[in-house]
Structures are given as C-alpha cells and as structure tokens.
Design a protein around this ligand. Structure first.
Ligand SMILES: O=C[C@H](O)[C@H](O)[C@H](O)COP(=O)(O)O
Length: 234
C-alpha cells in the first residue's frame, strides 16, 4: 500500500469514527494538508447529516465550498464536536508537530475549541522523539530576525520559509535540529518569545485519537487530552 492509499484509508476511518456521533446541528473543524484533503473528499458522503464546517485555512475553505459544505466562522460557533486534521509528526503521547503547510495557527485555535481532535496520518509520521521534522513557527514579519536569534538560543537552527505568507499575513521560521524531549515546555517557551504568533507543537493540546495508516490497515491509539474525558491512556 503506498502513502496516498494509507492517507485515504485513515481519512475514511475518521469518517466512520464520527458517523454515529454527529447530528444535523454539528459543525466540524476541518484541517489542512494532503491527508485532510482526503477527509474532505470523503465528507461528501455525510452531507445532510451535519450542519457545516469551520476551515483551518483558505485552501480548506475553498475545498469545502467546492463540495457544497456550508462554512462557518469560528466566532459564530459555540462548540465543535470534532476537529479532524493531519500532522507532520506524532509521538506515542499524541503530541504533534504541525504546520508543514503553514496553517498551524488556525489549526491550533480550532483544536483548542474542539471537544475531540482526531489526527489522521500515515505511518511515516509516527516518531519516538519529535523534531526530525523542522518545527514551524509563525512569526510577525517585523520580528523575524529577533525571533530567529531567540530560537537559535533555544538550540535550534531557524530557517526562513522563503516566499510563504500565512493566511494571517505572517511568515514562517522552520526550526531544524531540535530534539524535543519535553514538547509541552518547548511549546510554552517558544510561544513566550515576543513576535511569535504560535509554534507547530501541539502538546499542551495534542490529539485525542490518532488514526495511523499502515500497510496492515488503520491502527488506532487514544490518549485523554480533554477535560470532558477522564483517565489517561487506554
Ligand atoms: O499546516 C499544515 C498542517 O499542519 C498539516 O496538517 C500537516 O502539514 C500535514 O500535512 P499532510 O497531511 O499533507 O502531510
């Protein structure tokens, strides 16, 4: 099974996961990237059984609109039962690196609101220690050099993602050579640098459910991240 087939399989598994748990009032959070795109394709099948979606990027909004799925502003929605999105890396605690497609800030906001974050990935994204994938950091443009110096001080090698402007009008620094042994702390430390909008570590609010595409089928792992659930791993 190739990588695209695994992405499609996890997208379809996510659809099955939410199928019995949504109703005509449900608004879904929808992520960005090639795996999320497979989910958007699959979502057509549930049309009529949910109300609409909040998009994590302009690209995702365009794709949802093309499928006639009603779009909502996050500010107009009280609750989101599910947020479904891919990731660039995931560890066993379902801490993630995201933002390879520069959509990290809107993704993180939607994930914060959602009751359950379902992460969909192929097996290439599963790692023991986060940081092989350069960590994206969204930065206010005038702070770029200052933030880069601070990130170097934290032990990484920031590289300016040339030619990329986020949907929020900001720039991205990709931080190479980080070995992230304490993702929650690093997430907080980077977010405390003046000029950082947010970084691509999703550890303080990681995923609740990981659907991982493998050649042997979709594997599921869960972790309790939301106050609405109790316990730890299961
Ligand atoms: O900014 C982009 C997002 O965080 C994506 O979810 C992430 O980069 C994974 O994308 P893909 O499914 O294309 O590997």
């Amino acid at each position: 099974m190739n990588q695209d087939a695994m992405k499609k399989a996890v997208a379809e598994a996510a659809l099955e996961e939410i199928r019995g748990q949504i109703n005509k009032d449900s608004v879904l959070g929808v992520g960005t990237g090639s795996t999320a795109n497979y989910f958007i394709e699959a979502l057509g099948e549930l049309k009529g059984s949910f109300r609409g979606a909040v998009a994590s990027s302009e690209e995702t909004a365009k794709r949802l609109k093309a499928r006639d799925i009603e779009l909502f502003e996050l500010n107009d929605v009280d609750s989101l039962p599910f947020y479904i999105d891919g990731a660039d890396e995931a560890n066993e605690h379902l801490h993630l690196i995201k933002g390879g497609g520069a959509a990290l800030t809107r993704e993180k906001i939607i994930a914060a609101v959602a009751r359950e974050f379902i992460c969909i990935c192929d097996e290439s994204k599963k790692v023991d220690i986060l940081g092989q994938f350069p960590l994206p950091v969204e930065v206010i443009p005038m702070a770029r050099s200052y933030v880069a110096r601070k990130l170097a001080g934290l032990g990484g090698q920031p590289v300016y993602r040339q030619g990329v402007v986020t949907d929020n009008g900001n720039v991205i620094l990709d931080v190479h050579n980080l070995k992230i042994t304490d993702p929650k702390k690093l997430e907080n430390d980077i977010n405390a640098i003046v000029g950082v909008v947010t970084n691509g570590l999703f550890a303080n609010r990681g995923a609740d459910l990981l659907l991982l595409g493998t050649p042997d089928g979709v594997k599921t792992s869960s972790v309790i991240n939301t106050p609405s659930r109790s316990g730890d791993y299961y």
